[in-house]
Design a binder for this molecule. Sequence first.
Ligand SMILES: NC(=O)c1ccc[n+]([C@@H]2O[C@H](COP(=O)([O-])OP(=O)(O)OC[C@H]3O[C@@H](n4cnc5c(N)ncnc54)[C@H](O)[C@@H]3O)[C@@H](O)[C@H]2O)c1
Length: 317
Amino acid sequence: MAVVLTTARAFATCDAAKKVLKDAGHEIRIVTPDKPLKSEELIPLVKDIDALIAGLDFITPQVINAAQNLKIIARNGVGYDRVDLMTAKKNNIEVTITPGTNSLSVCELAFSFITGLARKIHVMDTSVCSGSWKRENGVELNGKTIAIFGTGSIGKNLAIRCVAFGMKVIAYDLYPNVELQEKYGVTYYDSMAPLFELADFISLHLPATEQTREMINKESINKMKKGVYIINTARGDLINNDDLYEALVSGYVGGVGLDTFTEEPFTDSRFFNHKNVILTPHTGAFTQDAIVKTLVMAAEDVVRVLDGNKPLHSVSQ
Ligand SMILES: NC(=O)c1ccc[n+]([C@@H]2O[C@H](COP(=O)([O-])OP(=O)(O)OC[C@H]3O[C@@H](n4cnc5c(N)ncnc54)[C@H](O)[C@@H]3O)[C@@H](O)[C@H]2O)c1
């Protein structure tokens, strides 16, 4: 029997994922932190574990080196920028992700931000609840241009939905998707600049890397159309918050929808209760449907590795 620790919050109520581990005869230890665990919080928990199903915790070299029996870190999601891949490799620990399982949920949240900002739903909700009957002027999506940065699992599905709403979709990705181009009329550009210039809406679906970090900054905002809406359900590090805030206050940026932040929970109160801002607590993947698909996939790779087999969704190679 191996010991599997899970810090993924939803695990506690996911019977399907528990069944995968129990049927394989493993002991499950469930921790349900209300925010991602820091290195010093994780270290005492990992000393004797064989596998970790991880939320958005900070899995530093110190954490990995403290886990002498660890064989697999299964990220409950697709982002693995908080896992120190180098140290995991050095210690022969597999790192896996759960591709595709929450893409539709994140895509639908991004789409909710688009429609929510366009019609100022959050503003009118507050208004009606406070006894007022003030109508806000919105904009139609039909005929507007959306720039989608990153057309992987999430961005691709968003593009298809935006096309269905009559939007013109332009995109940037290292690997343009032929189906999006040929079947849905999506136009790719080989640099970011034209997207900044042409877009009425911008939606970010890239990982945070050296090339993409703070891609939304003073310089890129200056290239954008006045009144542009910016949606980020990818990673907080893609945006320079000071530059974004300045552009919001000046009215140059018309609205923002943010689900992901550099520091979580997000405490930058300048953005709170701002009329043109919608904030959610990194909740893109939080639908009942996605939670089950994701945890089951992570648990299945854990069982594979503990059985001595290769995982199906490794990022360690
Ligand atoms: N809000 C949430 O809860 C939530 C949930 C899941 C994923 N995410 C985040 O959403 C983002 C997208 O996830 P996904 O599942 O679509 O990932 P994906 O890997 O399927 O797609 C990412 C795309 O970005 C492209 N890309 C990577 N680096 C690039 C670069 N420098 N320039 C141009 N293109 C580049 C890749 O070619 C790929 O097509 C990630 O940042 C992920 O961490 C957020």
